[in-house]
Every structure is written in structure tokens, then in C-alpha cells.
Design a protein around this ligand. Structure first.
Ligand code: ATP
Length: 460
């Protein structure tokens, strides 16, 4: 792949309104002697697009650009760049530069002087982050880095996690030039994740989890030395130097990937699951079934949105007894208490519900599910697909079923309000749920019969 192909990829992958903007920002930087670069995951994804296209031999783009990128089967594995944030690095003061750019680009600027970062927000809502190139050092393993601004681009790239995330694209002249000091492009071509130095995973063990995530997402592998360093760091308990929040965040990011089971499999392989709990193993089937259930639930078009990540986390921890899973959530992950409670309830009640649901009649099922958390219901569905039919009927029919009248209609007919009202209305609704009352007239007759059974008749 040559420079022209990369430029082509840049021009065909960055959304049209953004591309002239990047040109403009690069040009304004040139004028001020501030080199500006596109960095991070977007560069990796751009290159993957270009490589995929190169492999398939379809380098020319005969139609409208977006169309080709969106429809091309060869790039489907690669996330479209415009879903991602655009991160720019400047060799020079990013904040001062962003403040000068904002009026020129009709953008709003939000700056964090101390961190050397600024965000430009454009009228249509998109935004670009600018960061002053920095060096980072670690006061102790696993701590957040100590940041020193005013570094070169190469130093800024050197602080990153893997070579394929340590590339930049120049936005000044020549626009679109790839800067790849650590061989990221070659590693990308070989599907290899490589750390930039041997201390990388000790400085920041969350990089091991990021690595597992990229392995899963792209089907890549850590190259042997990097894998050795990762295994060693996990074995030496380095993940324990990371705060609960960072560990949980990384775990959740993995579970938010499109194939969380692939991530879990990489976590298991690298010893990360064992470091959470020695008994933890990947339940691939169960994680996959959560995906099936989420698709099924989406097809029911309900108004609630389930907590997908919590469901995957439940499936991930399901090899553990519920109290042990709870301990992992609290002690290792610092999961907020309401989420922990819901997860434990899924583990405790899910199997009961999965077993009971197909045998319950509609009124009993409705009563059981009305007070149940959505995630528990969906977890039960994942445990036993034979429960889908009755659970689906609950979401689509039973829970919306109402009688054609209320207690007020009884009052209007001369009935005196009393405790029997509620019981008779409920019995009528149950009968309707069983499908035995097809018309409003039948419901009414049934209700009056129920009241009469209890000696309730209209007065006067
Ligand atoms: P994704 O597609 O998942 O968003 P990304 O690479 O864009 O991937 P971000 O978390 O947005 O991920 O990070 C942006 C860039 O910052 C990365 O490409 C990498 O260069 C750098 N980075 C992020 N986290 C770390 C880390 N823990 N250590 C070193 N560099 C990091």
C-alpha cells in the first residue's frame, strides 16, 4: 500500500464534511508553524480499510465515496471511521491553536488548559479533539500517568498501547502522509499486536485487556514477545494494581463489542478471567445465547431497553455460584450496588423462571413477570429458548391486556364500592387472559356473576 492509497482511504472513509475541515486545520497549523496530525484508532481503521481494499484489488472507487465504503463487503470487518471520534495531536500548544481555529471554523471550543486538550464542536454536532503532544511516565505500576506537555509527535506515539495504534497521518503538507515510527503498518498487515516497550503492561495493565479486545474484534493475535509479556504480567498479579473503575470499564468495553464471547475467550486465554476468580471459564454458548435473546427481544419492538452489558456480564460470571459472582462484582469490579443486585437476581431467579415459565398459565405468568426485572426475564430466555413463546406472549399481549371497563362502571350500575370489586375485576381479567372472554359483553357478564357469587348485587 502506498501513500496514494492511504490518501485515497482517508478521502473515502472520512465523512465528506470532515475532510475539508481536516485540510483546513492542517493548513492553519502550517501557517502558524504548528504541525497537526490525525492519530489513534481512526488511523488504524483507515489503514485497515486501505489494506482490505488492496487485498481485494478494488482500489478504485467508481461511485460516490460513502456509498462504496458503506456497501463494500470487503470493508465490513472494519468499523467506519465516522463512528469514531477524530483525535488530533499538535506539536505545539493545542489549546491556543483550538482557540484561534474556533472562530475560523464556526465551532465552539471547550478547553482544558492544564491537560493541554481542547474540543471543537461544530454546528451540526460533530466534534474534534485536539491534544498537545505529550510524554507520559508512571509514578508506580498501574497508576494514572504523569503527563508532560510539549513533546514531539514521536514521543506522543511512543506512550501508546500497541504499534498499530501508534501511527499518525499528517494534516499539514503533504496532507495524508503516514507517520509510522514503530512499524504499525507492518503489524497491521500481519494481524499482530505489539507493545512499544517491554514495560508497557506493567505501566498500564489495562493495555492487556485492550489487546484482548483488539484481538477479538479484528481476529488479530499478540506477537509472541507481547503475548509473553501479557501472560507474565497477569501471572504476576499486575491487574491488581489497576483501580476497580478502570478494570470494570475495560471489562464492560469488551462486553460491548459485537462478539463479546470472542473477547471472553481471549481473556480466558490470557489468564484474565482466572485473575478475577480461579473458577471462571468462558461460557461461549451462554454469551452467544444472550446475543440471540437480545435480537429476539429487539424484534418484539418493546419500549424498554435492556442493559445489554449487564446481561453479558451475568453470562460471563454464570459459572460462579451467585454469592461468589456477587463478591467478584463488589470486590474486584466495584460494580454499582443496583447493578450487582440485578445481576445476582438474574443468576438466582433466571433458572427458576426459565423452568417455570412454559408451564404457567397466562394470568400466573403475567403476575410473575410484571414485578420482575427485564434482565431477569431475558436471562431466563437465554437459558431456555423453549420459554421464548410464553415470554414473547407476555410482552406482546398479556401485559397490555385490559378489561373494557373499570370499577366506575360498576358504581354507575348501582353497585356499592367494596373489597369484592378488586377481586372480581382481577378474576375477570385472568379469565380474559386465558382467552375465554372474547367480547366486552362476556367480560361484563362474567364480572357480574363473580360479584353475585360473593353476594354482591346492585342496590336500589
Ligand atoms: P476504539 O475503536 O475501541 O475506540 P481506539 O484505539 O480509538 O479504539 P481509544 O480508547 O479511543 O481507542 O483510544 C484512542 C487512542 O489512545 C488509542 O488508539 C491509543 O493510541 C491510545 N490509548 C488509549 N488507551 C491507551 C492506554 N491505556 N495506553 C496507551 N495508549 C492508549
Amino acid at each position: 500500500m502506498d501513500q496514494a492509497q492511504l490518501r485515497h482511504s482517508l478521502e473515502s472513509t472520512i465523512p465528506p464534511p470532515m475532510l475539508p475541515l481536516l485540510h483546513r486545520i492542517g493548513g492553519e497549523g502550517e501557517r502558524r508553524g504548528i504541525p497537526v496530525y490525525l492519530v489513534g484508532g481512526v488511523v488504524r481503521d483507515l489503514l485497515m480499510n486501505a489494506l482490505e481494499r488492496e487485498k481485494s484489488g478494488s482500489v478504485s472507487l467508481p461511485h460516490g465515496r460513502e456509498e462504496v465504503v458503506l456497501n463494500s463487503p470487503v470493508v465490513s470487518r472494519v468499523p467506519p471511521a465516522w463512528d469514531a471520534d477524530l483525535d488530533l495531536v499538535t506539536e505545539g500548544d493545542a489549546v491556543a491553536f483550538a482557540r484561534e481555529l474556533a472562530p475560523l471554523l464556526s465551532a465552539a471550543v471547550k478547553a482544558h488548559d492544564r491537560f493541554g486538550t481542547a474540543t471543537l464542536t461544530f454546528p451540526e454536532g460533530s466534534h474534534i479533539d485536539l491534544t498537545t503532544a505529550r510524554r507520559e511516565s508512571y509514578s508506580r505500576p498501574g497508576a494514572l500517568p504523569v503527563v508532560e506537555l510539549g513533546a514531539s509527535l514521536e514521543e506522543d506515539l511512543f506512550r501508546r498501547d500497541f504499534t498499530l495504534n501508534a501511527m499518525a497521518v499528517r494534516l499539514g503538507e503533504p496532507f495524508g502522509e503516514l507517520i509510522d515510527p514503530f512499524g504499525g503498518r507492518m503489524d497491521l498487515r500481519n494481524g499482530a499486536l505489539r507493545v512499544l516497550h517491554p514495560h508497557s503492561f506493567i505501566d498500564d495493565p489495562t493495555r492487556i485487556m485492550r489487546g484482548a479486545r483488539f484481538e477479538a474484534r479484528f481476529g488479530f493475535r499478540m506477537e509472541p514477545e507481547t503475548r509473553h509479556l501479557a501472560l507474565e504480567a497477569v501471572r504476576d498479579g499486575r491487574l491488581e494494581t489497576v483501580t476497580q473503575d478502570r478494570l470494570r470499564r475495560e471489562l464492560m468495553l469488551g462486553l460491548e463489542e459485537s462478539s463479546p464471547w470472542a473477547c471472553a475467550e481471549r481473556w480466558e486465554d490470557l489468564g484474565i478471567l482466572r485473575s478475577l476468580h480461579p473458577e471462571l471459564r468462558t461460557e461461549e454458548d451462554r454469551l452467544r445465547r444472550i446475543a440471540d435473546v437480545l435480537r429476539w427481544f429487539a424484534s418484539l419492538r418493546q419500549k424498554e431497553t435492556p442493559d445489554r452489558t449487564l446481561l453479558y456480564l451475568t453470562a460471563l460470571l454464570s459459572p460462579l455460584p451467585p454469592p461468589v459472582a456477587q463478591e467478584v462484582c463488589v470486590e474486584k469490579l466495584g460494580l454499582p450496588p443496583p447493578k450487582t443486585e440485578r445481576l445476582v437476581r438474574c443468576l438466582e431467579q433466571g433458572p427458576n423462571l426459565a423452568e417455570a415459565a412454559p408451564a404457567l398459565d397466562p394470568p400466573a405468568l403475567t403476575k410473575r413477570l410484571k414485578s420482575e426485572k427485564l434482565e431477569v426475564i431475558l436471562y431466563a430466555a437465554a437459558l431456555d429458548p423453549s420459554a421464548w413463546e410464553s415470554l414473547g406472549a407476555y410482552f406482546q399481549v398479556y401485559r397490555h391486556t385490559k378489561l373494557g371497563f373499570t370499577g366506575n362502571d360498576l358504581l354507575a350500575q348501582g353497585y356499592r364500592p367494596g373489597p369484592e370489586f378488586g377481586a372480581a375485576l382481577e378474576a375477570t381479567l385472568d379469565e380474559k387472559l386465558r382467552g375465554r372472554l372474547k367480547t366486552r359483553r362476556k367480560e361484563w357478564e362474567y364480572l357480574l356473576a363473580k360479584l353475585e357469587e360473593q353476594g354482591v348485587t346492585p342496590s336500589g
